[in-house]
Design a protein around this ligand. Structure first.
Ligand code: NAD
Length: 456
């Protein structure tokens, strides 16, 4: 398709069209890559301290606009205002953290006979970041901030449904003084703009977050050019509750571990595995906690859960909660908007779709287990391996199970997964490579080794 097209951006809480933006085509990607390549050369040649200063200024400008960015996120993604403020603040923190790495991105000098051997980290060039709609701002910044800090230019393709905060961030980058065209945002369809970015020979690396299906496709396209690629894909993360845990605390924490962001979270703990001896006690506490979650207008300060992103997503989530399944459900508004209530599925077979596939909605399956071996077996009975939680008071068990569960991000007696200063990424089909943390900048560099003879 080479016809011009537009993307309608809907408020998922009301279904109103709040903006229409032009969608990029392959020739727009070509032009953006050419502009980015020129900007990148100047950026890479600039003094590290100047690059760091500009990124810190970008962070400061974002900080000045937290509330406005958060309000925009509420309108285009239906996120609760509390979450949206955190997300905008996360962009600021990612930029600040990456800025601190610019002058610390050092190579090595390794002793060799007959000369000096230098290991140099060079920027890759132009990096393509393809972002999803579930956390439009943070996930865009996970790739963008360290890529810029390491001396690259970035072309960001936001998801079709959520281009507005990304476009605003590009404006704020210019306001902060970042060179023109160093950070460009190209809204557009995945199969048009996204595909063109992946195939473009002038793009050195793709950072993709989204579905495993599209991630595999992108990985195979990158293989044609041996293009660098980082993939953050789906998850079906377990929340393992042992009988020796603080059951009250585990039950109180479980609802928001899969309802936050309406369950549209790759780390959502959507398989709640409970030791059989405390299963009934745990469910008795979990059910009222689930029903008390406040679902409604995401702009209301008291709301804990908003709508799903789109009708497509609503239909998809509905398809998993079939009539034959026993459920415990919370409340959701009636009327316009893409609403689905908090839902626990009890008694599903461990291999049922709702217990094995990524629903990406406010739905969790609760399954019993008998002992530690069975808990680990069930936890690992998935093609994914992104996150997971282990609730126990036994330190030895916590360490044993953390070692045995094949996932990139685990938490004990907690559901936290993502910090900008610790590494994040998946095992198995949850992804490839790691983002965030102290090595984030290195992932946007090429390593060059130079030997200089002292004997010539
Ligand atoms: P998706 O994978 O289709 O889209 C993610 C991004 O990739 C978007 O920017 C999209 O435009 C782009 N894209 C789509 N097709 C492309 C292509 N052929 N080439 C290049 N880019 C392309 O995800 P989705 O349809 O928005 O969501 C579907 C499912 O994916 C969800 O239900 C969920 O299971 C999963 N998902 C996971 C995450 C995550 O954070 N791991 C995020 C979003 C979605």
């Amino acid at each position: 398709m080479s016809q011009p097209y537009e993307l309608d951006v809907l408020n998922p809480a009301t279904e109103e069209v709040i903006a229409t933006v032009p969608g990029a085509l392959a020739h727009d990607v070509d032009a953006a890559v050419a502009r980015a390549a020129r900007a990148q050369r100047g950026w890479a040649a600039a003094a590290p301290a100047d690059r760091a200063r500009l990124l810190r200024r970008f962070a400061a400008v974002v900080d000045d606009h937290i509330e406005a960015l958060a309000r925009l996120e509420v309108r285009e993604a239906g996120h609760t205002i509390g979450n949206a403020r955190w997300e905008a603040g996360n962009v600021r923190d990612l930029l600040d953290y990456a800025a601190g790495g610019v002058e610390r991105l050092t190579g090595r000098q390794i002793p060799v006979p007959g000369g000096i051997d230098l290991t140099i980290l060079e920027p890759l060039g132009v990096v393509g970041v393809i972002a999803p709609w579930n956390f439009p701002m943070p996930i865009a910044a996970w790739g963008t901030a360290p890529a810029l800090a390491a001396g690259n230019a970035v072309i960001l393709k936001p998801a079709e449904t959520t281009p507005l905060t990304a476009l605003r961030l590009a404006e704020l980058a210019l306001e902060a003084g970042l060179p023109e065209h160093l950070f460009q945002v190209l809204p557009g369809r995945g199969d048009l703009a996204g595909d063109a970015l992946v195939r473009h020979p002038g793009v050195a690396k793709i950072v993709f977050t989204g579905s495993t299906r599209i991630g595999k496709r992108i990985m195979s396209l990158c293989a044609d050019q041996v293009k660098r690629v980082t993939l953050e894909l789906g998850g079906k993360s377990p929340n393992i509750v042992f009988a020796d845990a603080d059951i009250e605390a585990a039950a109180a924490a479980a609802p928001m571990s899969f309802l936050d962001n309406s369950g549209q979270d790759c780390c959502a703990r959507t398989r709640i595995l409970v030791q059989r001896s405390v299963y009934d006690d745990f469910l008795d506490r979990l059910a009222p906690a689930l029903k008390s979650v406040v679902v409604g207008d995401p702009a209301d300060e008291n709301t804990q859960m908003g709508p799903l992103i789109s009708r497509v997503q609503l239909d998809r989530v509905r398809s998993y909660v079939t009539d034959d399944l026993a459920t415990v459900t919370g409340s959701a508004p009636e009327g316009p908007g893409f609403w689905f209530p908090p839902t626990l599925v009890t008694g599903a077979a461990p291999d049922a779709p709702v217990a094995t596939e990524e629903v990406f909605g406010p739905v969790a399956a609760v399954l019993p287990f008998d002992d530690e071996d069975e808990a680990v077996r069930l936890a690992n009975a998935t093609e994914y391996g992104l996150s997971g939680s282990i609730w126990t008071r036994d330190v030895g068990r916590a360490l044993r199970v953390s070692g045995a569960v094949a996932a990139g991000n685990l938490s004990v007696n907690s559901h936290s997964s993502v910090r900008y200063w610790t590494p994040f990424g998946g095992y198995g089909q949850s992804g490839l490579g790691r983002e965030l943390g102290p090595d984030a900048l290195t992932a946007f560099t090429e390593t060059k080794n130079v030997f200089i003879s002292t004997e010539a």
